[in-house]
Design a protein around this ligand. Structure first.
Ligand code: G3I
Length: 483
């Protein structure tokens, strides 16, 4: 499995769809969507089984009448795509900024839509000031951030993605190395306890990608959720991003994976659905995902990650339900068709004003800092580490005017105890922020060195860091020097 940024660079294998096949598909849909009780919009159809159908929204697009027209006609749940992230809501420490996010919440309220909050704690999209913090100072900053944002939106959020993407893609179900992880392994439960204290009425979710089937990563999350439920940590739901393409297809155990989480006593939600492709193949895959959710009683809703293909973070994959002009695609019709076919059972009907289904923790919100022992997932060697080489690769999510780059650093045949990666940016490109590494500059040739928690890598193991910027992202394979 791979990072969504990696996957964004891959293109779904094109499927040639004949006019005949498309006509057959559409004919099938029409015969269903005109039956007596079929709803004619995604939101209304989902609501018929007690679910929601939502989309990610960018505040600056709300003035686009095509965009807002489709939004308000079809969707009854909204996730701010970027506006509630840490860099947007607390650009300077202790100085909160809610203008764009407030705009989205106000729009939702004015149009009878609910809001999913995204995301309170994440290793990406952190404001620059966070980079200088670690240990107790970072833990307290996270607690203050979650309290500030969740309090501002108290009573207005259906569900919060409290923690986003905290598990690694190593294939061993381990936590991702990050500055937040380095504050102590309990950072996730502290985040949930803090959010619960601030807004006890919101459902609190853990959200991740590459967890869409039964695999090592989803099992790592599963074990965490099971542990949280056993210990009364206030978790109510798990979000499955479901960024689908040929490298990350919908697996045969997609539904079973949702069900095993639901069986732990949490709701499950599909939170960032997009499916690379076109025509019948794409339409069929959308239908499969919808059918899987409808078959799981505690699957409470589906959110697609944007409205038109041109709104997508990976628009070249044409992964959404509406074309660039806002016209419904075959995937829209198959999705509506699947929703109208209904589910075998109804999900709980609890809404945003209903408290979490878990008991509140017996302890109050954390007031203390992190443990003094740092919990790196890679134990430091007890003897002098052998020298070993390393390699690096980069994947880039490019959009018009900017990019996010994710670099994977892999130790060679022996362990490394520190690394430096050389990246060359094209002329005109400039880094605006980075995470999990320290950079020597912002343009041209930049050396990125490990930070305290991710320098030690066992032989063959890897870690990731990233940066985002303006202009065109790097394309050449980065160099890597081990220490
Ligand atoms: O619009 C500004 C532009 O004015 C500016 O010049 C440029 C400079 O960096 O930034 C532009 O904003 C960028 C925005 O995408 C444009 O849509 C942000 O920097 C960039 O960070 C942002 O990327 C977002 C990405 O998360 C950040 O990692 C994507 O929009 C957003 O779709 C994506 O969403 C994530 C989820 O939050 C978590 N799961 C994966 C998913 C896809 O990566």
């Amino acid at each position: 499995m791979s990072d969504p940024l990696v996957r964004s660079k891959r293109r779904f294998a094109g499927v040639a769809v004949s006019a005949t096949a498309a006509a057959v598909a559409l004919g099938t849909v029409l015969s269903v969507s005109t039956t007596a009780n079929a709803a004619s919009t995604l939101g209304a159809s989902a609501a018929a089984t007690g679910r929601y159908f939502g989309t990610a929204v960018a505040a600056y697009k709300l003035s686009d009448t095509v965009y807002s027209g489709v939004l308000d006609r079809e969707f009854n749940m909204i996730t701010p795509e970027n506006e509630m992230k840490w860099d947007a809501t607390e650009p300077s420490q202790g100085q909160f900024s809610f203008t764009s996010a407030d705009q989205i919440v106000a729009h939702a309220q004015a149009h009878g839509q609910r809001t999913r909050g995204h995301a309170l704690a994440w290793h990406q999209q952190q404001p620059g000031w966070v980079a200088s913090l670690s240990g107790t100072a970072l833990r307290n900053a996270m607690i203050n951030h979650i309290t500030g944002v969740a309090t501002h939106y108290k009573g207005k959020i259906y569900a919060w993605d409290v923690v986003n993407e905290a598990f690694s893609d190593n294939g061993d179900g381990s936590r991702r190395q990050s500055n937040l992880q380095a504050t102590g392994n309990d950072w996730i439960e502290v985040a949930f306890q803090t959010a619960h204290a601030a807004d006890p009425g919101a459902k609190l979710c853990y959200n991740d990608y590459n967890t869409d089937g039964v695999n090592a990563k989803s099992t790592g999350v599963y074990n965490m959720v099971k542990d949280f439920k056993a210990r009364g940590v206030p978790i109510d739901c798990v979000g499955f991003q479901s960024h689908i393409n040929s490298a990350s297809p919908v697996t045969s155990d997609y539904q079973a994976n949702l069900q095993r989480f639901a069986d732990l006593g949490v709701d499950v939600q599909i939170t960032e659905l997009d499916i690379a492709g076109s025509g019948t193949a794409q339409a069929d895959t959308y239908a499969r995902v919808v059918q899987a959710c409808l078959a799981v009683a505690r699957c409470t809703g589906i959110t697609v990650w944007g409205i038109r293909d041109s709104d997508s973070w990976r628009s070249g994959d044409t992964p959404l339900l509406f074309d660039n002009n806002g016209n419904p695609k075959a995937a829209y019709t198959s999705t509506l068709n699947a929703l109208n076919a209904g589910g075998s059972s109804s999900p709980p009907t609890t809404g945003p004003t209903t408290g979490p289904s878990t008991s509140p923790p017996t302890t109050g919100p954390p007031t203390t800092g992190p443990p003094t022992t740092a919990p790196p997932t890679t134990a430091p060697p007890t003897t002098a580490p052998p020298q070993g080489g390393c390699s690096a690769s980069v994947s880039v999510n490019q959009w018009n005017g900017g990019f996010v780059a994710t670099v994977t650093v892999t130790a060679g045949s022996s362990a490394v105890n520190g690394w430096t990666v050389g990246v060359t940016l094209p002329s005109g490109a400039a880094v605006t922020s980075s995470w999990s590494a320290t950079g020597s500059g912002t343009s041209g040739s930049i050396s990125y060195s490990n930070v305290s928690y991710n320098g030690s890598l066992a032989a063959g193991r890897n870690t990731q860091f990233g940066f985002q910027g303006t202009g065109t992202g790097p394309s050449a394979t980065p160099s890597c020097t081990a220490r």
